[in-house]
Design a binder for this molecule. Structure first.
Ligand SMILES: Cc1ncc(COP(=O)(O)O)c(C=O)c1O
Length: 395
């Protein structure tokens, strides 16, 4: 079968190969600890499940408007007002089947052949593929560990060409957990305004932040920046609702309308009962978002020092999300490997710990460890990694 060029050009997910191998080992009876998870390990809070069940029992089992129920748009507007102090109209909100599909729809509606989108590295794996699927051109700008993996205004300025249409800012970041301060966002925003770049601000990890950090959306910083920004968010990570597939965008209504037209011919609408669940998530409260956040913070604090004590491992301490993204280049060499990918493979083979190589995130000297797993499991995994490294160094 001859496939379309657009799918042939797709880079397979970097987590896939390692996950498949981990599954194989598990099926063969091995005690594998997987640290590849991109989702919270808690169940969705009960009040959200109850609201979705009730909606179905009451007969809300039919199509809804393509960009979401008016009541959900109102709930999203209320959330953005309460958390960010931002005012949006319903015509400026698009609800889709997860933030991933919202971003996909956005790039489809925004990009023409050859339009460039600036993507700071390390990046979430889907950004480049989604830009390419929309005939756009990803332009990578390397985030250095010395600057906390963050894009600088100077780097942004240098990456802009007359084809640049947008820049993606992901704060807190997957995979680094880095967060931009209001001053850093303002400085990037000035460059975006100067060159009329759409700022795609992916804030999906907004609620998972630690050490007293507070989240700022770039859209909050001035009316000009609000007009220039598309805020992307959703309930997947904040409310442990990854399987429900509800995310949203807030921004310019012309683009929202185009995305809505696209959705009307692709998804029709996000799943109706999931929308009712999301309404509950944003209009009610039982403390579980904060309880989950605290659990992640405890895991981060209990594991970070242990991680950086492993010989040859350094790690910028994350401020948000639920990943550690250490640089393992030195330890890989000390262990006698030439590249991180084969070190990761040997670690899985010998110590049965599955990590995600950084190459898939555009950062080949790093690995990603997700602490969306119990603290005991996470600490046991770190012990195995340390044992693996010490054995290799000695051997
Ligand atoms: C940075 C980032 N953005 C967006 C998403 C998409 O989230 P969802 O489609 O579950 O709403 C993810 C999920 O892993 C992510 O890590």
């Amino acid at each position: 079968m001859k496939l379309a060029k657009r799918v042939e050009a797709l880079t397979p997910s970097s987590t896939l190969a390692i996950t498949a191998k981990a599954k194989e080992l598990k099926a063969a009876g091995h005690d594998v600890i997987g640290l590849g998870a991109g989702e919270p390990d808690f169940n969705t809070p009960q009040y959200i499940i109850d609201a979705a069940v009730k909606s179905m029992e009451e007969g809300h089992t039919k199509y809804t408007p393509a960009a979401g129920l008016p009541a959900l748009k109102e709930a999203v507007i209320g959330k953005l007002k309460q958390d960010q102090g931002l005012d949006y109209k319903a015509s400026e909100i698009f609800v889709g089947t997860g933030a991933k599909h919202v971003l996909f729809t956005l790039f489809q509606a925004l990009l023409d052949e050859g339009d460039e989108v600036i993507i700071p590295t390390p990046y979430w794996v889907s950004y480049p593929e989604q830009v390419k699927l929309a005939s756009g051109e990803p332009i990578y700008v390397t985030g250095h560990e010395e600057s906390g993996f963050k894009l600088t205004p100077d780097q942004l300025e240098k990456a802009v060409t007359n084809k640049t249409k947008a820049v993606i800012i992901n704060s807190p970041s997957n995979p680094t957990g880095a967060m931009y301060s209001p001053d850093e966002l303002k400085a990037l925003g000035d460059v975006a305004l100067k060159h009329d770049l759409l700022i795609v601000s992916d804030e999906i990890y907004e609620k998972l932040i630690y050490d007293g950090a507070s989240h700022t959306s770039i859209a909050e910083l001035s009316p000009e920046l609000k007009a220039q920004t598309f805020v992307i968010n959703g309930v997947s990570k904040s409310h442990s609702m990854t399987g429900w597939r509800i995310g949203y965008a807030a921004g310019d209504q012309t683009l929202i309308k185009a995305m809505t037209n696209l959705a009307s011919h692709s998804t029709s609408n996000p799943t109706t009962s999931a929308q009712y669940g999301a309404i509950a998530a944003y209009t009610k409260e039982d403390g579980s978002v904060e309880t989950m956040r605290q659990a992640f913070e405890e895991r981060l604090n209990a594991s970070y020092e242990k991680l950086i004590q492993i010989p040859g491992v350094s790690c910028v301490k994350p401020q948000g999300a639920f990943y550690l993204f250490p640089n393992v280049r030195e330890t890989v060499e000390m262990c006698g490997f030439t590249d991180v990918d084969s070190w990761v493979e040997a670690l899985l083979e010998e110590e049965k710990v599955a990590l995600v190589p950084g190459s898939g995130f555009g950062s080949p000297d790093n690995v990603r460890l997700s602490y969306a797993t119990s603290l005991d499991q996470f600490l046991a995994a770190l012990e195995r990694i340390e044992r693996f490294v010490l054995t290799k160094i000695k051997g």
